[in-house]
Design a protein around this ligand. Structure first.
Ligand code: ATP
Length: 201
């Protein structure tokens, strides 16, 4: 089986930057956020189950999930959140595993903001953490999303703390510099991972 590299980091740390660069080198990227959207796409059984459980108002006129509405609902209701997670997490995991198994690059990247908080961690042979200074995370993420800095800071406060996350890294990417500095580290990381993949059974 292809070596699986888990890539994680806090909001705005640079996960997408890193994974885009590795994808550019021909590495297959499985993104847990993308999979989480795929399992609730129109026509998928989970979307039907959500509409039946929470009501048809969860769907817009095109039959797409009203994410914002669902987010608000589960934010205020622990039981609803638990129900939704029990529905979606196993489906997301099955789909992630399928996509990882189909990967045909020297190693495969599993990008997930919740890698270390979920059982997705167990799928990875190696864990790479992207790390930036908290003020850089806030500035970069709020600029990208055109979002309020306080909203980004609130999300960060709910995420795993920086030290705990970094301690779990087999390899650490320091994204506290400019994009050129990041690129150098990604090149280096790629070389090391190709080398490890050679020895991976
Ligand atoms: P999220 O968890 O919110 O999806 P992420 O970890 O995927 O975030 P990115 O989207 O890669 O983070 O980066 C956040 C923003 O910061 C992007 O707009 C990206 O282009 C920018 N960025 C990333 N690294 C740097 C850097 N070293 N210098 C300047 N901008 C950067």
């Amino acid at each position: 089986m292809t070596m699986i590299v888990g890539l994680t980091g806090g909001i705005g740390s640079g996960k997408t930057q890193v994974s885009d660069q590795l994808a550019g080198k021909g590495i297959v990227v499985v993104d847990a956020d993308v999979v989480a959207r795929e399992v609730v796409a129109p026509g998928m059984p989970a979307l039907q189950a959500i509409a039946e459980h929470f009501g048809e108002q969860m769907l817009d006129a095109q039959g797409q999930l009203q994410r914002q509405l669902l987010r608000q609902l589960i934010f205020a209701d622990e039981q609803a959140k638990a129900w939704l997670e029990a529905l979606l997490h196993p489906l997301i995991r099955v789909s992630i595993v399928q996509q990882l198994q189909q990967a045909d690059s020297p190693y495969v990247l599993l990008v997930s903001p919740l890698l270390l908080e979920t059982d997705q961690q167990g799928l990875a042979d190696t864990i790479v953490v992207v790390d930036a200074q908290p003020d850089q995370q806030v500035a970069r993420a709020s600029q990208r999303d055109n979002n309020d800095a306080s909203q980004i800071a609130a999300i960060m406060a709910k995420q795993m703390d920086r030290q705990t996350r970094c301690q779990q890294a087999d390899m650490l990417i320091d994204n506290s510099g400019d994009l050129g500095f990041l690129q150098q580290q990604v090149d280096d990381l790629h070389r090391q991972l190709l080398d490890r993949a050679k020895h991976h059974a």
